[in-house]
Design a binder for this molecule. Structure first.
Ligand SMILES: Cc1cc2nc3c(=O)[nH]c(=O)nc-3n(C[C@H](O)[C@H](O)[C@H](O)COP(=O)(O)OP(=O)(O)OC[C@H]3O[C@@H](n4cnc5c(N)ncnc54)[C@H](O)[C@@H]3O)c2cc1C
Length: 416
């Protein structure tokens, strides 16, 4: 069996490692000239980290990431709405990692190169077309100038080519552009003084604007970790995005700073943090409606190509990793590759479609939206605004759907 993987993001690279671990031959094709460590912070949840641990990557992940200790939801004044331990501190046997996306991708990429060898990894190869018949799949790859580079034949083709997936666009030519929800996400990272435990993730604000801050790795000095920030603001009504959703589009201070004034978090000076960031990026919050099918005989979709979702709830990379595990398991055990792809879809499409829909409702962050709606100017007792059980229903309901629910104990000793 030979598998063609299109896309060298976290989803495609993890798929390559998973297939290799099961003795399945694969080749990966990435359109970019090299695998560059792009992006800023992401979180990877314990159930996905467990998969990376089984691939033997734990030590290298620990070297580049932060073991997230806790997640705190607050209003825009820093008043606490919800606090819960995360990862090992919540009782899992593996951590949740806060990490620079590029460094995470780098760890997986290095492992692919070392285990599969350079000959299985082709950068500068953009998928232009593919065809399939009863005997297999043929894919044509081109360089950035449109010159043909290679024609490849395999048994199966996996489209792990992100939110702008060419594979998806070929399978669903009438789907149209991604859906924008009217919110803009600005993101950046820089070395910044440690706050709270040094491993805390804070999500503050509400419907009008949200601020997310957490450390994602070592900085140049021990007391100043590399710290990720993101500001999410409703700036339009949605529909077509104001510019093409591109993770690497630079943001502008004049667009962002007016929204930052509203935050007064006692332990993080949001304004100073953002003003000190030399470069940052903007991304319109886009997703796509869940598809009825990913698998079309010998071709299927994985990661953002299959289920692009709003980047809330720490699920983008995590779900791509879970897809990779499932697909590799099905390919190694099924009698025919077409059955394997179908079984993979049956297992993975329904839960990821549910996360896409839940993220549209704000995901677990809906808890701060609900509090802001009821108490926009702050509160003296959170339980008078939104009782504990209702806060719990929002946050834990999401965790259950995303597959990482676990009985946890929060700092106040309450079961969360
Ligand atoms: C540059 C970049 C920066 C990002 N930054 C963040 C961030 O800061 N925070 C966050 O939450 N998420 C970020 N994401 C998204 C996040 O990485 C994904 O949601 C998640 O990791 C799932 O990854 P994926 O592998 O499915 O898709 P992606 O990470 O999007 O990877 C898809 C890959 O496919 C390649 N590709 C696309 N078309 C073709 C083609 N025709 N032929 C060959 N290769 C192709 C792309 O170049 C890309 O490398 C970023 C994605 C990218 C590409």
């Amino acid at each position: 069996m030979k598998v063609i993987i299109v896309g060298g993001g976290i989803g495609g690279l993890t798929t390559a490692l998973m297939l290799h671990a099961r003795g399945i031959d694969c080749e990966l094709f990435e359109q970019a000239e090299g695998i560059r460590e792009l992006g800023v912070g992401i979180n990877t949840l314990p159930h996905a980290i467990k998969e990376l641990q089984q691939l033997g990557l734990m030590e290298r992940l620990d070297a580049v990431a932060i073991r997230t200790h806790e997640l705190i939801y607050t209003n825009r004044f820093g008043q606490e709405i919800w606090r819960e331990p995360r990862g090992i501190d919540a009782g899992y046997d593996v951590p949740q990692f806060s990490v620079h996306r590029g460094r995470l991708q780098g760890v997986i990429h290095q492992a692919v190169r070392a285990r599969l060898g350079e000959s299985r990894l082709h950068t500068g190869h953009r998928l232009g077309d593919f065809r399939q018949d009863e005997g297999g799949v043929t894919a044509w790859f081109f360089d950035r100038n449109g010159s043909h580079r290679r024609t490849v034949h395999g048994d199966v083709l996996i489209g792990a080519d992100g939110i702008h997936s060419h594979v998806r666009g070929t399978l669903y030519p009438d789907e149209g552009p991604a859906r924008w929800n009217g919110s803009m996400l600005w993101r950046g990272a820089l070395d910044w003084p440690k706050f709270l435990t040094g491993r805390s993730m804070v999500i503050a604000g509400g419907m009008a604007a949200k601020l997310v801050v957490y450390p994602i790795g070592e900085g140049a000095r021990e007391d100043r970790p590399l710290t990720n920030w993101a500001v999410l603001v409703k700036v339009g009504e949605g529909g077509a995005p104001p510019n093409k959703e591109d993770w690497s589009r630079p943001g502008r201070f004049e667009d962002l700073m007016p929204h930052v004034q509203r935050f007064r978090i006692p332990y993080v000076d949001a304004r100073a943090l953002i003003e000190a960031t030399p470069e940052f990026w903007e991304y319109p919050m886009c997703d796509r409606d869940p598809l009825p099918r990913w698998t079309h005989s010998r071709v299927t979709l994985l990661g953002d190509a299959a289920h692009p979702m709003y980047p809330v709830g720490s699920n983008g990379a995590s779900q791509a990793i879970l897809d990779a595990r499932c697909l590799a398991d099905r390919l190694v055990s099924a009698e025919h590759p077409v059955h394997a792809l179908w079984q993979y879809e049956v297992e993975r499409l329904p839960p990821t479609a549910q996360i896409v829909k839940m993220n549209r409702g704000g995901g677990p962050e809906g808890v701060i939206d609900a509090v802001e709606q009821r108490a926009p100017d702050g509160f003296s007792n959170i339980d008078d605004v939104l009782p504990f059980e209702q806060r719990k229903a929002i946050v834990r309901g999401y965790a259950g759907a995303a597959g990482f629910a676990q009985s946890q104990v929060n700092k106040a000793g309450k079961a969360a």
